[in-house]
Ligand binder design. Structure first.
Ligand code: ZN
Length: 308
């Protein structure tokens, strides 16, 4: 009985790993070796009174990119009253069971999904997160100190606050359950995670993906959501749109030449939301698309799969 339950769970994990994995070529390989984890997770649990109970009272992974900048979707134990990933509380949706969690660009190799059950006991589910090879460029110039003056901060501070407030909004959107689509297709001019080291001093890494289909080209919502910010004139971002996809996940679209949505508006995957531009700090027209889950910065490519 126990063995069959484990096999069932294994099949579930393996199936989850089949999501359009852009494995190879870009260091985006997905760790599919979850078998030892699952066996380990099934030990030390509550007294087992049958495989059905065993199956209901554990985590199930329905889809995942178990690598830095990636994500996991699944089902929490049936009687979970709360769940977390490495201490970050998860939202449990739909009969208190479905969750989404994600891994920052610099996430370590071990992640732990934990749930507290109605009877006070807890269930753990370890995940192994594979490291990535980031594009690192060492340059022999000093890091720019720009943007730290008091005058600059005076203009920047309200912008910063507006972005933080927008990203903190909880709208109950369910886009996080979907497979994401590309907001627009075109040449990828900047990848997520790329970083410059200025004479040994690391600059901040590239927080999203840059797509350069040409100036004025329309782009669409990659998943369902609610527009939590849609304004022009940001010093760095230019025309900025932020969409909440629910469960702590949101998208930002920078440098727009035109914004076609309003704050508070509900959008569906594929809806036209704006046009590519070069507003704010941009060297040429492109769409910078970034994804965040709470404070974790994520790689959009791991949500859409490769562009084709
Ligand atoms: Zn960018």
């Amino acid at each position: 009985m126990v063995t069959s339950a484990i096999l069932l769970a294994l099949a579930c994990v393996a199936a989850g790993c089949s999501h359009d994995s852009p494995a190879g070529g870009d260091g985006l390989a997905v760790n599919e070796a979850q078998a030892p984890n699952e066996v380990a997770a099934s030990e030390g649990r509550r007294p087992q009174d049958g495989s059905e109970f065993h199956d209901r009272e554990q985590f199930h992974v329905n889809g995942a990119e178990l690598t830095q900048g990636g994500w996991v979707r699944g089902k929490a134990p049936a009687s979970a009253v709360s769940a977390s990933l490495n201490g970050q509380k998860l939202e449990l949706a739909g009969d208190r069971r479905y969750f989404f969690a994600a891994f920052d660009r610099d996430f370590g190799s071990q992640a732990m999904l934990s749930a507290t059950l109605e009877d006070g006991s807890s269930v753990d589910y370890p995940l192994t997160i594979s490291p990535r090879q980031w594009q690192i460029e060492r340059v022999n110039v000093a890091k720019r100190g720009g943007g730290s003056s008091e005058a600059w901060w005076k203009k920047r501070e309200p912008e910063w606050n507006a972005i933080v407030a927008a990203r903190a909004k909880e709208t109950g959107a369910t886009g996080w359950t979907q497979d994401f689509i590309w907001p627009v297709k075109g040449r990828i001019s900047g990848r997520f995670g790329r970083q410059r080291i200025y004479r040994g001093e690391p600059g901040s890494y590239h927080s999203g993906i840059d797509i350069a289909p040409g100036n004025g080209v329309p782009f669409v919502a990659p998943a369902d959501g609610v527009v939590v910010l849609a304004r022009t004139g940001f010093s760095l971002e230019g025309g900025l749109i932020i969409i909440d996809h629910g469960a702590g996940l949101n998208s930002a679209f920078l440098h727009s030449s035109k914004i076609a949505v309003e704050e508070g508006q509900t959008v569906q995957q594929g809806d036209y939301i704006g046009n590519v531009g070069a507003t704010g700090r941009a060297t040429g027209p492109h769409l910078h698309w970034s994804l965040k889950w709470h404070d974790a910065r994520l790689d959009p490519l791991l949500f859409t799969g490769p562009m084709n």
